[in-house]
Ligand binder design. Structure first.
Ligand code: NAP
Ligand code: G4F
Length: 362
């Protein structure tokens, strides 16, 4: 039985990867942070599985990382832990560097200190944000990097320290240069999930309007569940390497919006330009989407399109498994159901309060 450690187990990708590895009969060790609130929603359904174990640790704490690795002595490590929100990195640049850059070094050094450098394979969650202020479209493994946010600059260090340890110490370390991947488990402040949740809430009368930033930004959006398979495939090759993982298809935030609202049963049309652009409900004439400068970034990455040819050729990975339309559909359907459940819960609570007031129930 192979043993894997996942840093970032509570995140979108960590939860899908844990399910994937358990299905492959791995013993999976996830690293979590202590929090006063419940943040284990994405992994609650696998807690208690006999091959699934959790350990406390933080990417800013070398000792904790070392202890987890010494205790578990894994065959594979997946470093998915990061302050992963680009806009937040402008507010917390030092923290982002500590976790997303130095954190990678801490994992590498812990592996060496534990004497596992010959046996343990390491996956690093690198990112298409490295291309930043893009120098070519589409982007592949040869395209120069031009990071364009504190997040991307931190991830650039992570990328290069992985390459350095591969060359200097002959360690099996890989970078997955993953383009945006989304799902029903995506954090609610990333643009796709923000849109699908708002479309569901607006349709069900729980929200009036959606405020967004740059509607013209272009992304190559894939389905997270398909992407975690690639992380595993990278660690099963004869030699370590770096791979671009993407769909090869590009859409704007505006297009995502149109598709998501359509899926929720609302036909939108966009009118106006820049800060004055609005998304209007064709049936009622109501303005449902507006632009807010609050969601503009000091520097924004606006043209990401990946070329996944190498992953297709060498890993045998299929980038077309889940289409853009299917991705939007599954996210909107999940959010329509989530909002319906919340509304039902609210109704029960209101009824209960009324019954208590009237003395019908005690
Ligand atoms: P996510 O949902 O934000 O999850 C991030 C994970 O990192 C969470 O488990 C989080 O724990 C953990 N984490 C954050 N700070 C930590 C710290 N100081 N110590 C320990 N754990 C910490 O991100 P994701 O979308 O799954 O992405 C996974 C990785 O891929 C990230 O490194 C991200 O930068 C990278 N990436 C993502 C995409 C994408 O489109 N999703 C594309 C390219 C690269 P808490 O739950 O406690 O916050
Ligand atoms: O959904 P986003 O916040 O994702 P972003 O910045 O591309 O970062 C994600 O993907 C990266 C891979 O390329 C990962 F490395 C990273 O960890 C993360 O998972 O924003 C996408 C685009 C941006 O151009 C942003 O300016 O959407 C634009 N946008 C427009 N309105 C918005 C909004 N983004 C957010 N979050 N919220 C808005 O209201």
């Amino acid at each position: 039985m192979k043993k894997a450690v996942i840093f970032g187990i509570t995140g979108q990708d960590g939860s899908f990867l844990a399910e994937f590895l358990l299905a492959k009969n791995y013993e999976v060790h996830g690293v979590i942070r202590r929090s006063s609130t419940d943040y284990r929603e994405r992994i609650a359904h696998i807690e208690g599985h006999p091959d699934f174990h959790l350990h406390f640790g933080d990417m800013s704490d070398s000792l904790g990382i070392m202890q987890v690795i010494a205790k578990t002595r894994p065959d594979e490590i997946y470093n998915l832990a990061a302050q992963s929100h680009v806009q937040v990195s402008f507010d917390s640049p030092e923290y982002t560097a500590n976790v997303d850059a130095t954190g990678v070094l801490r994992v590498l050094e812990a592996v060496r200190t534990c004497g596992l450098e010959k046996t343990c394979r390491i996956y690093q969650a690198s990112t298409s944000e490295l291309y930043g202020r893009v120098e070519a479209v589409p982007q592949n493994e040869e395209t120069p990097f031009h990071p364009y946010s504190p997040y991307a600059v931190a991830k650039l260090y992570g990328f290069w320290i992985i390459r350095e340890y591969r060359d200097a110490y002959n360690m099996y370390c890989c970078n997955g240069i993953l383009f945006n991947h989304e799902s029903e488990r995506r954090g609610e402040t990333f643009v796709t999930r923000k849109i699908t949740l708002a479309a569901a809430r607006i349709k069900q009368g729980k929200q009036e309007k959606l405020y967004l930033g740059n509607l013209s930004s272009l992304r190559d959006w894939g389905y997270a569940k398909d992407y975690v398979e690639c992380m595993w495939l990278m660690l099963q090759q004869e030699r370590p390497d770096d791979y671009v993982i993407a769909t090869g298809e590009q859409h704007s935030v505006r297009e995502f919006c149109l598709a998501a609202f359509r899926e929720a049963g609302i036909e939108l049309e966009f009118r106006g330009e820049g800060i004055h652009e609005q998304g209007i409900d064709k049936a009622t004439g109501k303005v449902l989407v507006e632009v807010s400068p609050d969601f503009y970034r000091p520097t924004d990455v606006v043209n990401l399109l990946g070329d996944p040819s190498k992953a297709k050729r060498q890993l045998g990975w299929n980038p077309a498994k889940t289409s853009f339309e299917e991705l939007v559909r599954l996210m909107v359907q999940a959010d329509m159901a989530k909002v319906a459940v919340e509304r039902a819960g609210e109704k029960v609570r209101i009824n209960l309060e009324e019954y208590l007031e009237k003395g019908i129930v005690k």
